[in-house]
Design a protein around this ligand. Structure first.
Ligand code: ZN
Length: 131
């Protein structure tokens, strides 16, 4: 019978020297790499979910619990990037913008398109002669 977990650990280390310690080190290394990958996935999913107006905190938790599986699930169910984003709707679209106003007092340079006063003889932008 073992008195405590410490005794168990001692027994294991005494029974499997010295390769066992190397194995533990390798396992620990793999575990750390897996943890770094998991954190990277969590950060990516969190930011991506925010971009798509999804519940980023919930997806962060799902990836944390399910790991790569959670990441795969997220990739399958995630919403398209833009339509639900409120800031996208605030952006003016081309159809809503009034066309450039062409007043009778202004003309445009035939070479560079710069707006000039009606009586200008030379373009102030490119220097080409008007009329
Ligand atoms: Zn010009």
């Amino acid at each position: 019978m073992f008195k405590s977990n410490y005794t168990v650990m001692e027994m294991i280390f005494q029974n499997y020297p010295p390769g066992f310690e190397a194995l533990i080190t390798i396992l620990l290394g793999v575990l750390i790499v897996a943890l770094v990958i998991l954190v990277a996935m969590m950060v990516w999913v969190y930011k991506d979910a925010q971009k798509r107006n999804m519940n980023a905190a919930v997806w962060l938790l799902i990836v944390f619990v399910a790991g790569p599986c959670g990441c795969v699930i997220y990739l399958m169910v995630r919403e398209p990037e833009r339509p639900l984003n409120p800031s996208y709707q605030q952006q003016p679209s081309f159809s809503q913008q009034p066309p450039p106003v062409t007043t009778s007092s202004n003309i445009y340079c035939p070479s560079c398109g710069r707006e000039l006063s009606k009586d200008a003889t030379f373009c102030t932008g490119c220097g080409s002669k008007i009329r």
